[in-house]
Write a protein that binds this ligand. Structure first.
Ligand SMILES: Cc1cc2nc3c(=O)[nH]c(=O)nc-3n(C[C@H](O)[C@H](O)[C@H](O)COP(=O)(O)O)c2cc1C
Length: 211
C-alpha cells in the first residue's frame, strides 16, 4: 500500500511534457487494457476511448483546448467519451454479449435485464447521461492511478470546448459525447508544477466515520 501512496504523491496533473519521450508500444497496450478493464455499473461499459494519434488532429484539439500545450507535447492523447442515449438497445447489446461470453441462453438474463431497464425507466435522459458520465470517470481514475504506479505522467483535462471537440471527432454521429481528455507521457524536467505542494483537505474533513 505504501508504494501506491508514494505513487499518488509522485503524480500530479502534468502541465509540461517532454516532447521527445514517448510511451513504448507495450506500455501503451497495457494502458488501453487497463482502461478496458475498468468497472462500471451493471457492467454496461457505456464508454468509448478515442486514441488520437494524428498530429494535425492534435493541433486542432490544441486550439479547442485553449492552447493547453499538453495536447501536442504529451506522448498520447486519449479522449474519454460515452454513449449519449442510454436505452434498451444498449442493454440488449450487453445482454447478448454476456450470453455469448458465458455460453448461456440470453433468456437466462431476463431478470437482470428487467432490473436494469426498470432502473433506467425511472430516470430522465439527463440523469442517464449523468450516470454514463460517472462510469466514464471511473475509467479515467483507473488510468490515472495505474499510470502513477507505472511511473507514467498524465493530465486529465476538462478544459476544452466540448461541443467543438465532439464535432471535430464526429462523436454525435456515433451517439457519443466526450467528457474528458487525458494526456499521458513523461514530465519535462523543468515543469515547475512537479514541485508544487499537493493540496488535499485533511482526512478529518473528507472522512465521515460511522461506528
Ligand atoms: C476531471 C479533471 C479535469 C481537469 N482539467 C484540467 C485541465 O483542463 N487542465 C489542467 O491543466 N488540469 C486539469 N485538471 C487537473 C487538476 O487541476 C488537478 O488534478 C488538481 O488541481 C489536483 O492536483 P494534482 O492532480 O496535481 O494532484 C483536471 C483534473 C480533473 C480530475
Amino acid at each position: 500500500m505504501n508504494k501506491i501512496i508514494e505513487a499518488l504523491n509522485w503524480r500530479y496533473a502534468t502541465k509540461k511534457f517532454d516532447q521527445n519521450k514517448k510511451i513504448n508500444k507495450e506500455d501503451l497496450e497495457s494502458i488501453l487494457e487497463i482502461m478496458r478493464l475498468s468497472p462500471s455499473s451493471y457492467g454496461l461499459q457505456p464508454w468509448k476511448f478515442v486514441l488520437v494519434n494524428n498530429t494535425d488532429m492534435r493541433s486542432k484539439i490544441l486550439e479547442i483546448a485553449y492552447g493547453q500545450p499538453q495536447i501536442t507535447d504529451a506522448s498520447q492523447v486519449i479522449v474519454f467519451t460515452n454513449k449519449k442515449n442510454i436505452d434498451g438497445e444498449l442493454v440488449d447489446t450487453y445482454m447478448n454479449f454476456v450470453a455469448k461470453e458465458k455460453g448461456i441462453d440470453v433468456g437466462v438474463l431476463d431478470g437482470f435485464k428487467g432490473m436494469i431497464n426498470g432502473s433506467f425507466a425511472g430516470k430522465t435522459n439527463e440523469e442517464l447521461r449523468g450516470w454514463a458520465s460517472c462510469q466514464t470517470y471511473l475509467a479515467v481514475g483507473n488510468l490515472l492511478t495505474s499510470c502513477a504506479i507505472a511511473g507514467i505522467d498524465a493530465c486529465p483535462m476538462e478544459g476544452y470546448d466540448h461541443a467543438k471537440l465532439d464535432s471535430l471527432l464526429g462523436l454525435p454521429e456515433q451517439n457519443l459525447e466526450s467528457k474528458v481528455i487525458v494526456t499521458i507521457g513523461y514530465r519535462a524536467m523543468d515543469d515547475s508544477s512537479a514541485t508544487s505542494k499537493k493540496i488535499r483537505f485533511p482526512k478529518e474533513d473528507v472522512l465521515i466515520e460511522i461506528n
